[in-house]
Design a protein around this ligand. Structure first.
Ligand code: PSU
Ligand code: MN
Length: 313
């Protein structure tokens, strides 16, 4: 049978050698950040994962081919404003494949792709969730978190979303929300949201242990690891709220719906904040890539020792 996806040589090698791998998304590249910062960031995320002794696996659709791990030329091509790109969630896989489309995979799309390749750790910026004023607009990211056993490192979710509602759905879906050195669910731009996490951890090894224990019960949901933005990039919640309220109102007035909603809000907030929000966005993405790499290493060690133990007996 024809392979339904393409894995880069470095990711293939990492799989064979049982090296720690970190998946990276590309909706942030195609729909989340302006050019040229988007391309710079995508390259930097890969470099950071490598510096931290893990192997990056950036996923995307390129000419209709689901690609897991790619070169910097591919990243530059996807992030070029001239390249036609689709935002690719789970429902878009068939459409993209049948029509040879290019596209950036969302959190949901990246989790689907990464799990095909057996990858268990993923670093992103923020997850999608339940939208404000649009109670039926619930990101497919939440269902991917319900269905796919993977540690997803993020800075929580933006308060463009209904954060309490998002946490309720995560609870229903059986997704533990683990705070990395924080007792609060981060609101992406802000370290604080006033909402609690399910558990606080201080080290990567604790995260890996919780994941291993959770999955050993056959529970195949994700572990949501929420990491506050770095101190020096933290923006005050009340200031961010102002930008968000304006953006959400404008979206409503302009009849923005469906997959366009999140990119619209992100772009408006970038404009309203004069790039301040982007500075925070970049800082937290890089920070999440560091922590995800450390978790991937610990998880990998635990799984290797389990395999070795089975070989002994
Ligand atoms: N939130 C952000 N930045 C992003 C996204 C979300 O702060 O770039 C992207 C992610 O790829 C996420 C997607 O998976 O938007 C969610 O889109 P939707 O709400 O349409 O499911
Ligand atoms: Mn949506």
């Amino acid at each position: 049978m024809m392979q339904i996806y393409k894995v880069s040589q470095s990711v293939q090698f990492a799989q064979q050698m049982h090296q720690p791998i970190v998946a990276l998304e590309t909706a942030v590249l195609t729909h989340g950040l302006p050019f040229p910062q988007n391309v710079e960031l995508a390259k930097e995320m890969e470099a950071i994962v490598k510096q931290n002794n893990a192997v990056p696996a950036t996923t995307a659709f390129i000419n209709g081919e689901l690609t897991i791990g790619m070169g910097t030329d591919d990243l530059a091509w996807l992030g070029n404003p001239e390249t036609p790109v689709r935002k690719i969630s789970r429902r878009d896989f068939g459409i993209a494949s049948a029509n040879r489309l290019n596209g950036g995979t969302t959190v949901c799309g990246t989790m689907m792709a990464a799990s095909l390749a057996g990858i268990q750790v993923f670093a992103t910026g923020g997850i999608g969730g339940v939208h404000r004023h649009a109670p039926m607009d619930v990101s497919a990211d939440l269902e991917a978190l319900r269905d796919i056993p993977m540690v997803v490192a993020c800075a929580g979710a933006k308060s463009i979303l209904d954060l309490p509602g998002t946490l309720e759905v995560l609870e229903t879906y059986g997704v533990p929300v683990i705070g990395y050195q924080t007792s609060e669910f981060p609101a992406f731009y802000s370290r604080q949201s006033g909402l609690p996490v399910d558990w606080i951890v201080n080290t990567p090894i604790e995260v890996a242990t919780i994941a291993m224990k959770q999955w050993q019960y056959g529970l195949s949901n994700a572990i949501l690891l929420v990491i506050p933005p770095p101190d020096d990039a933290d923006l005050p919640q009340n200031v961010v709220e102002g930008w968000i309220n304006t953006a959400v109102e404008e979206a409503e007035q302009n009849g923005i719906r469906g997959a366009s909603m999140t990119p619209y809000l992100l772009e408006r907030i970038n404009q309203l904040s004069n790039g301040l929000s982007m500075h925070t966005n970049l800082a937290l993405l890089k920070n999440n890539a560091v922590i995800a790499s450390l978790v991937a290493i610990e998880l990998n060690k635990m799984q290797l020792s389990k395999v070795e133990a089975q070989q002994v007996y």
